[in-house]
Design a protein around this ligand. Structure first.
Ligand code: GLN
Length: 309
């Protein structure tokens, strides 16, 4: 496999900066303020090398790119069997915020990458108080990114005050006893994890940590047990891009997760973490420049996990 070079990343940045489709998410009012011009690409090797182009220091909220990480945390807290009893591992072919997301007989959310599954996951995070749980989540993200990250109170409030759909999902989860009575606490923690601020470099290091079996390539510290990395990556692969996951597997072929802030990260196991940030998204919530960069990068460098033979 040819390695990524600065020239290639610069070329893709220049080429796709001209892509002018899509607009920033508006259903969380604070996200609508994002600049449609912002565009950063970072490729991080499992050896700690970094190649960056564009606005890689601009901070954005992680939104759904946070979901694979909290899933790993509850796997560590409770083990596979218990977590599987609460949240399934099947793709839905539905949007991330679908309300028809509970399995027919078990009433589990289909998977932890969609909102219902991620809210259920947040409700499981251990801690003596809401503050203790939040600190655990922030500590988790610090482990992956290799530096302390904070959440944005404005984005948090903005989502919390307008989250009628997620609130209805949470009540449905409570109805079927997937979550307990602490509905508001579970939602708050979910909105807080979604509003954690990071830049494209942080997100590439999060990806490279997963690529390296759970060890941050810069700090050398473990962020998640190696035995759960495969669980996280398989769910990113089948469900991370929601109802585009099949098309993504076909055209890009690496586990990835998107967020409505315009972030996408992808993991080439054993090799690379890739992150792209640019706010204009399509109707499914994926960054348009992000998808274009991933597609071309995968083709040019033969990154698909099915093309290494
Ligand atoms: N916080 C957002 C929500 O729940 C995350 C969605 C996303 O990034 N796809 O709607």
């Amino acid at each position: 496999m040819p390695g990524p070079t600065q020239a290639l990343i610069d070329e893709l940045h220049l080429k796709y900066a001209g892509l002018r489709e899509g607009s920033a998410a508006t259903y969380i009012p604070e996200l609508a303020k994002a600049s449609t011009e912002h565009f950063g690409i970072v490729v991080a090797g499992v050896d700690g090398s970094l190649i960056a182009a564009g606005d890689t220091e601009v901070l954005f909220s992680l939104q759904s790119t946070s979901k694979p990480l909290t899933y790993g945390l509850v796997l560590e807290d409770f083990g596979r069997e218990f977590v599987l009893s609460k949240v399934g591992v099947e793709p839905t072919g539905e949007a991330f915020n679908s309300i028809v997301e509970l399995e027919k007989h078990t009433h589990r959310p289909y998977n932890p990458m969609i909102n219902s599954g991620a809210i259920a996951v947040s409700s499981l995070i251990r801690g003596a108080s809401a503050e203790a749980r939040l600190q655990r989540v922030l500590g988790l993200f610090e482990g992956y990114a290799g530096r302390p990250l904070a959440y944005d109170k404005k984005i948090f409030e903005s989502e919390k005050n307008t989250a009628h759909r997620n609130r209805s999902i949470a009540h449905l989860l409570r109805h079927f006893s997937v979550i307990g009575d602490d509905i508001d606490d579970s939602l708050d923690l979910y909105f807080q994890q979604c509003s954690i601020l990071a830049n494209t470099r942080d997100l590439a290091l999060i990806a490279a940590t997963l690529a390296g079996g759970g060890i941050n390539p810069r700090t050398g510290k473990r962020a998640v047990q190696e035995k759960y990395v495969g669980d996280i990556l398989s769910l990113m692969f089948t469900c991370g891009m929601y109802d585009s996951s099949g098309e993504w597997a076909y055209s890009v072929g690496i586990p990835a997760k998107s967020g409505v802030s315009g972030a996408i990260f992808g993991v080439v196991p054993g090799k690379l973490g890739i992150a792209v940030f640019s706010p204009p998204i399509d109707e499914k919530g994926h960054s348009l420049r992000g998808m274009a960069v991933f597609k071309e990068l995968s083709q040019r460098l033969n990154l698909s996990i099915f093309r290494h033979l």
